[in-house]
Design a protein around this ligand. Structure first.
Ligand code: GDP
Ligand code: ZN
Length: 330
């Protein structure tokens, strides 16, 4: 657990109160990043009992989340009000309303676990080769982002190994649909400025399979070296805190922003997206859906389906449509 030892002295903490963001959690403790430094906090007893929290309303997210309860009162990325109680120590007094979060099914049946709260965008990362890009997985990440109303930008790393003509065509497809695509190499430095621009001022998460270069890219984003380490907090004497779940790293520069570590984010599934919501999670299908003759068209086999017509005319990419069919059939 990393704590800056400097005691925070800013204008808004005269009465020992501050606002910050939960950047890491260990059993019973929360690391909160404030403008002045990091504070190790416990949770006010009353809040601990409020396990079921108010859900954010509206949007597709609301539909997705409606039937599931959160299993966590506080999650990484939550904005909180804290009361400072000692040198780099405090108590979380209030959790501000959660906006968009990235969830997965919790071990307890029927509950969702929040991997990152208040996330602005996910960045699916794949290698152009070694390993070969898994584009079905990319499509599933994009569906998940759409369902949660979270932006997505795609990163293909290891461009120093060369982009095949086939992959170049796929990249064009994603760009035409409207997803930003950046090409990076940690070996040559290509595209790293594009990635920095993409991350500036936002809370983002890298997602993707192992071996594509996520850790290498994270380490090149100039997050402070003190943020990498996990150690016993001397100032609290509370022993070793092992981070559970996601950790958020603060990005340097005026733009700021946070980047979520990938632990747990690889196992993201689309199982929480209801079938009737799937079509609109494929962006390029949206403008055709209204043209379908049947109101509850599944776009799988119905006569007069505007989506299938558009696929035949080549206006919807065949591979993307195949991915839709597979997910829809379950
Ligand atoms: P992660 O599992 O996604 O976190 O991937 P790592 O960051 O551990 O990288 C996996 C392997 O790919 C390591 O051997 C890296 O050195 C290598 N690697 C990462 N980025 C690049 C790149 O841009 N080009 C090449 N050629 N290799 C890379
Ligand atoms: Zn249809």
């Amino acid at each position: 657990m990393v704590l800056t030892s400097d005691v925070v002295e800013t204008d808004d903490d005269r009465d020992g109160r501050l606002t910050g963001m939960v950047v890491a959690m260990s059993r019973g403790f929360y690391e909160v990043q404030t403008d002045g430094g990091r504070i190790l906090c416990s949770l006010r007893g009353k809040l601990r009992k409020e396990l079921v929290r108010a859900e954010s309303k509206g949007g597709r997210r609301g539909v997705v989340a409606a039937k599931m309860l959160r299993s966590d009162p506080v999650a990484p990325g939550d904005r909180v009000d804290i009361r400072v109680t000692g040198a780099s120590e405090g108590v979380i007094e209030r959790i501000l309303p959660r906006e968009r979060d990235l969830t997965r099914e919790a071990p307890e049946p029927g509950r969702l676990q929040t991997l990152v709260a208040g996330i602005d965008q996910i960045i699916p990362i794949f290698a152009v080769r070694d390993p070969e890009p898994h584009l079905r997985m990319l499509d599933r990440f994009l569906v998940l982002a759409e369902a949660g109303e979270i932006d997505a930008a795609i990163c293909f790393n290891k461009v120093d190994l060369g982009v095949s003509p086939g992959l170049a065509r796929r990249i064009d497809v994603y760009r035409r649909i409207g997803y930003p695509v950046i090409l990076t190499s940690t070996a040559t430095g290509e595209g790293l400025d594009d990635l920095r621009r993409l991350l500036a001022g936002k809370t983002s998460a890298f997602v993707g399979p192992s071996g594509v270069g996520k850790s290498s890219l994270l380490n090149l984003m100039e997050i402070g070296p003190e943020q990498h380490v996990s150690h016993v907090s001397g100032s609290t004497g509370k022993g070793r805190h092992t981070t559970v779940g996601t950790r958020l790293f603060r990005l340097p520069g005026d733009g700021g922003g946070f980047l979520a570590d990938t632990a747990g984010l690889r196992s993201l599934a689309t199982s929480t997206v209801p079938p009737d919501l799937l079509p609109s999670c494929f962006r390029e299908l949206r403008s055709f859906i209204e043209g379908c003759e049947l109101g509850d068209c599944t776009h799988l086999h119905e006569p007069g389906c505007a989506v299938r017509e558009a696929v035949k005319r080549g206006e919807i990419d065949q591979d993307r449509y195949e991915c839709y069919r597979r997910l829809r059939r379950g």
